[in-house]
Design a protein around this ligand. Structure first.
Ligand code: ADE
Length: 257
């Protein structure tokens, strides 16, 4: 997957993309991340990227030309032509995504869909907003990371990149992928423990030390259901519960009373 990021603040991304899973995914060649400094596409000597709003009002607005020129350059470079039976076709369709609090709110399902794209351009707005013609003419999708307003799209773009990259096949090890599957089923993960078995009198549940794998597996399922029931009960309406799940939930409800 190729991820292009258009931003006035490319330095904000460096630390985040140079650590942990995103770093390893790049090293393994599963994802290529390209930071494009929008200022480089600014107008004139001063590389202007923003201007006053028509009609007056406070705050600066991002101009369309730098965004247009940056997208044009990315699309030209990305279009590797290949021939099939004499016909020349464009290899990659690039999806342009604007990070904005007005967009569709991101969730795991949406991340999974976007992770299947071969090439995306993430556009980070800053200042008061963007010229509406950017949204109308240059953007395929608008994504929000939640119902709150950030100072710009940069942190939202980092969140989206992280959520997508971990879903690209081969990025996570097997064990991590399986844990992820459990969220795909819209259920929260249950409690996890590691050594010591006892800390200042607080013990790890006996069952986890029992070595009985079947019982441990049942316990984990029940605790995941309990957590989901107590914290995010609406998620339980979205999944297919097995007979065993339903029975566990009945027990959980009784235990709660
Ligand atoms: N830009 C500012 N706030 C945002 C949000 N909540 N999601 C995505 N982009 C944003």
């Amino acid at each position: 997957m190729d991820i292009h990021i258009l931003t006035l603040f490319p330095d904000m991304f460096r630390g985040v993309f140079e650590e942990s899973i995103i770093k390893r995914a790049q090293e393994k060649g599963r994802v290529n991340i390209f930071l494009h400094d929008l200022r480089q596409f600014g107008l004139g000597k001063r590389k202007v990227a923003d201007d006053y709003p028509y009609g007056g009002g406070a705050g600066m607005i991002m101009r369309i030309e730098p965004v247009y020129n940056a997208i044009k350059k990315i699309k030209t470079q990305n279009t590797r032509h290949y021939k099939t039976g004499g016909q020349e076709r464009k290899k990659n369709k690039i999806k342009t995504i604007l990070l904005t609090p007005q967009g569709e709110v991101l969730n795991e399902k949406k991340s999974k869909k976007l992770a299947k794209e071969s090439s995306v351009v993430l556009i980070c707005g800053h200042y008061k907003g963007l010229d509406e013609r950017i949204r109308l003419n240059l953007i395929d999708e608008e994504i929000s990371i939640g119902d709150y307003v950030l100072s710009g799209g940069e942190i939202a773009a980092m969140v989206l990149v992280d959520a997508m990259v971990r879903l690209i096949p081969g990025v996570l090890g097997n064990e991590e992928s399986m844990r992820l599957d459990s969220f795909h089923q819209n259920i929260l993960e249950g409690p996890l423990y590691t050594r010591p078995a006892e800390f200042e009198g607080i013990k790890v549940p006996d069952i986890l030390l029992s070595g009985n794998h079947e019982q441990i597996s049942d316990w984990r399922r029940k605790e995941a259901l309990r957590r989901t029931y107590l914290k995010r009960p609406e998620l339980l309406d979205m999944i297919k519960l097995t007979k065993e799940d339903k029975q566990m939930l009945e027990e959980i409800k009784k235990e709660k009373l």
